[in-house]
Design a protein around this ligand. Structure first.
Ligand code: B4P
Length: 191
């Protein structure tokens, strides 16, 4: 099974993906986490991505597609994979579709978390106080929202057009309340 958790920055993708992983056995593959690990390790990929991420911009499609291509087969091997933060552009969505088609697979569901922008900014500024993430500054958050509207929203349309199961989920309220809505929306059986 291949699922995508989709939504604007701060909508709770990482938070909910961790729960879906532990309850449904889908392996959580977060491109943001992978990139932050590369940055922390000081690898060539991390050096290229770190500056771009801190500014709130998207890293180049080719770089991220290569990362996912390298990890997808292993991640898919068990019960399936939940992609978090990927695809984030139409080109990434096309690349993913082609990768999966090569194995006779396709995206099974897309979960789209919906949260008003004012709440998103508040969540990210709150996280900045707790974790001090380089891209949780007011200026970078503004740029991330801009990139989301300019490039990432198109991914939602891409999957809706192709007739996939796309579920909009209200992402407001407590993480527990959001997870209950996800459980109802996707209806995947627990392992
Ligand atoms: P990500 O790591 O994906 O960052 P994000 O969109 O902010 O999501 P995240 O998962 O961290 O936050 P969440 O919504 O769970 O990407 C970071 C950067 O990496 C990108 O800007 C880009 O530069 C680069 N990148 C990654 N993938 C890429 C790709 N495919 N192509 C190009 N570039 C890519 O949670 C946010 C906060 O809200 C948390 O503090 C959480 O505790 C809180 N929260 C969650 N649920 C809540 C709730 N219900 N109520 C209150 N708070 C809640």
């Amino acid at each position: 099974m291949v699922g995508i958790i989709f939504g604007p920055p701060g909508s709770g993708k990482g938070t909910q993906a961790a729960r879906i992983e532990s309850e449904f056995g889908l392996q959580h593959l977060s491109t943001g986490d992978i990139l932050r690990h590369e940055v922390a390790q000081g690898t060539p990929t991390g050096r290229e991505a770190g500056r771009i991420m801190a500014a709130g911009d998207l890293v180049p499609d080719e770089l991220i597609v290569d990362i996912v291509r390298g990890r997808l087969p292993e991640a898919e091997a068990g019960a399936g994979v939940l992609l978090d933060g990927f695809p984030r552009t139409e080109r990434q969505a096309q690349a993913l579709d082609a990768m999966l088609a090569g194995e006779g697979h396709q995206v099974d569901f897309v979960l789209a978390l919906e949260v008003p922008e004012a709440d998103l900014v508040e969540r990210l500024l709150h996280r900045a106080e707790l974790e001090g993430r380089a891209d949780d500054t007011r200026q970078a958050i503004e740029e991330r929202m801009h990139e989301y509207h300019k490039l990432t929203e198109a991914v939602f349309d891409h999957y809706q057009r192709s007739g996939m199961q796309v579920e909009r989920v209200d992402g407001t309220g407590t993480p527990d309340a959001v997870f209950e809505r996800i459980r109802l929306a996707v209806g995947i059986s627990s392992r």
